[in-house]
Design a protein around this ligand. Structure first.
Ligand code: SF4
Ligand code: SF4
Length: 351
């Protein structure tokens, strides 16, 4: 194996140099051909890779792997460090029946607070609506997805001014938990996404979060170590932010508050989305689109089937169905809250 072992995405010794990864990779130069001991292999250039996960899907030899912080998270818990969880809404959707016992097991190991990022997504929606209203900023690109942001930073820098200056739900939740709830613990993000590690470690994000604990590596660790406990649940009430992980989740949130006549361009897919940005780069940069904004995600089926979701889960509709149930459960039949069904979008927005 090469020095890329410490990289976020790397090639293991199963690689037979079939080149399939090159054909799906949107990032020119991220897949690099090497001959090692007379055998061709394709390594990953970390500076160019945006951790989109496309190569994992096509590699039949299980030759691509990724790094996260699961091991370090459990080691630090054992050492007695105070750690609180920020839980991606996709976790409950992917593991509806294990959710409580996994959280209970983590609590037994010493995890302190357990906060669903759904409420961070509600803050994000508020941020988008406010920013559009205050600055008349239209035709921008949403930025909850670190792979999209990574691509724009590396390959389409002229679109950087079109990225909304609103943090992702994960970061909104972390900032709120630190500044408003006064939680001083380290935060671990239970994550459906490989690329979140890039966002967590980005110097602009102030070290708010310390661990990207992916579903894939977490559940493997949980099973191997028999971790389980009495049912526990997350705290902090949330609304429609819970559906952010579905394709167009942000769009649906904005419709809830502005009505469905606003024009939002939803686009997702590991290859398709980047081709779309490339094709429309000039129009977007020069404000020549008719869109309120562009809701862009790397993963074709949203974060519920993210790059770090276990393969057997990502291949079914189970998580989507669970999430649709959660969506209906957060809408309120009574009262005047922002989540009241009977109110008009305008009244919800005001509330
Ligand atoms: S698709 Fe897999 S086996 Fe084929 S070259 Fe890429 S990493 Fe190697
Ligand atoms: S994760 Fe995406 S960007 Fe990185 S090498 Fe694989 S296909 Fe290319």
């Amino acid at each position: 194996m090469t020095e890329e072992k410490n990289a976020l995405v790397f090639t293991n010794d199963n690689c037979i140099g079939c080149n399939k990864c090159i054909s799906v990779c949107s990032c020119m130069g991220a897949c690099v051909s090497h001959v090692v001991d007379g055998i061709n292999r394709i390594d990953v250039d970390s500076d160019k890779c945006i951790a989109c996960g496309a190569c994992f899907d096509v590699c039949e030899h299980h030759a691509r792997e990724f790094a996260d912080d699961t091991e370090r998270f459990f080691e630090d818990l054992k050492k007695g460090e105070r750690i609180s969880l920020l839980i991606a809404p996709a976790f409950k959707a992917n593991y509806p029946s294990e959710y409580g016992t996994v959280l209970g097991g983590l609590k037994k190991l010493g995890v302190n607070r357990m906060i669903s990022v759904s409420f961070g997504a509600d803050i994000t929606t508020w941020g988008y609506l406010n920013y559009i209203d205050k600055y008349g900023f239209t035709g921008g690109i949403s930025q909850p997805c670190p792979a999209v942001v990574g691509y724009i930073e590396r390959y389409l820098p002229e679109l950087l001014p079109k990225l909304f200056p609103v943090q992702s739900p994960m970061m909104c939740a972390a900032i709120y938990a630190r500044k408003q709830m006064g939680i001083t613990d380290k935060f671990a993000f239970l994550s459906p996404c490989i690329a979140k590690k890039m966002e967590i470690e980005d110097g602009n994000n102030g070290g708010y979060i310390s661990y990207n604990v992916t579903f894939d590596h977490l559940m493997q660790y949980i099973r191997e170590h028999g971790i389980s406990g009495e049912n526990a649940t997350d705290e902090v009430e949330y609304g429609l932010g819970s559906i952010y992980p579905t394709p167009g989740g942000l769009k649906e949130n904005v419709y809830w508050f502005l009505g469905e006549s606003v024009f939002i361009r939803q686009i997702e897919g590991e290859k398709h989305m980047y081709e779309y940005l490339e094709r429309n780069r000039e129009k977007i940069a020069k404000d020549k689109t008719p869109y309120l904004f562009i809701d862009a995600l790397n993963c074709a089926n949203g974060c519920i089937c993210g790059t770090a979701v276990e393969e057997d889960k990502a291949n079914t509709d189970d998580a989507l169905c669970a999430l649709l149930k959660i969506r209906e459960s957060v809408k309120k039949d009574k009262g005047m809250s922002a989540w009241a069904k009977k109110l008009s979008p305008k009244q919800r927005l005001k509330n």
